[in-house]
Design a protein around this ligand. Structure first.
Ligand code: HPA
Ligand code: ZN
Length: 339
C-alpha cells in the first residue's frame, strides 16, 4: 500500500502556501530579514505546534508568516513546497495565499503574488507540475478589507483563478461576505470557501447559496444535515478534505474517527489535501498514508480520490483528461505488476 500511495499521481486543491513554511526556512528567513522570532531553534518551533482548535493554530500561523518580506522569500517558500510536490508525485496543485496577512504588515500585494507566481512557472517548466492560484479573504477581518483586497488583485487577474475564504470560522459565517463574493464573480473569479470545518453544516449551505462556490473547503460537518449531503451528492459539489489538519485541530479526535471514507462511499466528490503541511505533520503522501493506515480503504478508492480531485480542479477538460490518463496509466501498471 505504501508504494502504491507514494506512486499514485495526486492533485492538491487545498494548500495554504503560508502553511508550508517549514521551521528551518522560517529560521533562515528570520535571519536573512533580521526579524526576531520567539524561538531559538527549528526544534523549538516544532515543539510549539500543539493545537487544541483552529484558533490556537491560526495564532501561531500568522506569527510565522512575519518572516516573509521580499519577493524572493515568497519564491523560496513556494519552490520548497513544489519540491515536496515532486517527491509526493503531485502533478497539479491549486494553492491559496492570504494577501491580507502580508499587506497588513506593509508588504505590497505584487511582492507576494510575483514571488509565488515565479516559482509556480518554474515548477511547470522544470518539474512538470501545473498549478493555479486562489487568494483567500481573512474572515476575521471585515468585508471592506476584503473589497480592498479584491481591488489589489484586479491588475493580477491573469494570475489568480479564484477567491476563497479562510481563518476563524467561529463567529464569521459566510453571509458576512456575500457582496464581495458577488463582486468577485462579476470580475470573473471562481469562488470557494472554508465551511463546515469547525462551524455547523449551515455554513456550508449558506456558502453554496450566497457565495456561489464551486468547492467546499473541509465541509466534513455536512453529515449533520442529511438533506445537504444529498444536495452535495446530486450536484457533485467537491469537498477538499484535510485529514491530518482535522485530527491536529481536533475536528476529529483520532484518524479512525474521520468520516472521509464514509463520505466517499456515500458518493460525495471528496478529495485529500494537506492544508498547512508544515504545521500538521505531513504533505500529500502523508495524508493519504494516515487515512489508509487508520481507516478501511481500498486501492480502488484511493484512485477514486485522485480522480475526484482532477474532476474538482479549475483546469480545462483537455488538461483534466491528460491528468486522468496519468492516474489510469499508473493504476494499470501497478495492477499488471502485481498479477
Ligand atoms: N481553516 C481556516 N483557515 C485556515 C486554515 C484552515 O484550515 N488553514 C490556514 N488558514
Ligand atoms: Zn485550509
Amino acid at each position: 500500500m505504501n508504494i502504491f500511495i507514494k506512486g499514485l499521481p495526486k492533485v492538491e486543491l487545498h494548500l495554504h502556501i503560508e502553511g508550508s513554511l517549514e521551521p528551518e526556512l522560517m529560521f533562515e528567513l528570520a535571519k536573512r530579514n533580521q526579524i526576531s522570532i520567539p524561538f531559538t531553534s527549528p526544534q523549538e518551533v516544532k515543539a510549539a505546534y500543539q493545537f487544541n482548535n483552529l484558533q490556537s493554530f491560526l495564532d501561531i500561523y500568522y506569527q510565522g508568516a512575519n518572516v516573509l518580506i521580499h519577493e524572493q522569500d515568497f519564491y523560496d517558500l513556494t519552490w520548497a513546497y513544489l519540491l515536496r510536490c515532486q517527491q509526493d508525485n503531485v502533478i497539479h496543485t491549486e494553492i491559496f495565499f492570504d494577501p491580507q496577512t502580508h499587506t497588513a504588515r506593509g508588504i505590497a500585494f505584487e511582492t507576494v503574488i510575483n514571488g509565488i507566481d515565479k516559482a509556480l512557472k518554474q515548477g511547470k517548466q522544470e518539474l512538470g507540475i501545473s498549478s493555479q492560484i486562489i487568494m483567500c479573504f481573512l474572515r476575521h477581518l471585515d468585508q471592506d478589507s476584503a473589497f480592498e483586497t479584491l481591488q489589489h488583485a484586479l491588475p493580477f487577474k491573469d494570475k489568480i483563478i479564484g477567491v476563497g475564504l479562510d481563518s476563524s470560522e467561529d463567529g464569521h459565517p459566510p453571509e458576512k461576505f456575500t457582496e464581495v463574493f458577488q463582486s468577485a464573480i462579476e470580475h470573473g473569479f471562481l469562488t470557494v470557501a472554508h465551511a463546515g470545518e469547525e462551524g455547523p453544516a449551515e455554513n456550508i449551505h449558506n456558502a453554496m447559496k450566497l457565495l456561489g462556490i464551486s468547492r467546499v473547503d473541509h465541509g466534513v460537518r455536512c453529515v449533520e444535515d442529511p438533506k445537504l449531503v444529498q444536495q452535495l451528492i446530486d450536484d457533485r459539489t467537491p469537498l477538499t478534505v484535510c485529514p491530518l489538519s482535522n485530527t491536529k485541530l481536533k475536528v476529529f479526535e483520532e484518524m479512525k474517527d474521520h468520516n472521509i471514507v464514509q463520505l466517499l462511499r456515500q458518493g460525495l466528490c471528496v478529495t485529500i489535501n494537506s492544508d498547512d503541511p508544515a504545521y500538521f505533520g505531513g504533505y500529500m503522501t502523508d495524508n493519504f498514508m494516515a487515512v489508509a493506515e487508520a481507516l478501511p480503504i481500498t486501492q480502488e478508492e484511493l484512485v477514486k480520490l485522485s480522480l475526484n480531485a482532477i474532476e474538482a480542479s479549475f483546469i480545462s477538460d483537455n488538461e483534466k483528461q491528460k491528468l486522468t490518463d496519468k492516474v489510469m496509466e499508473f493504476n494499470q501498471e501497478i495492477s499488471t505488476a502485481s498479477n
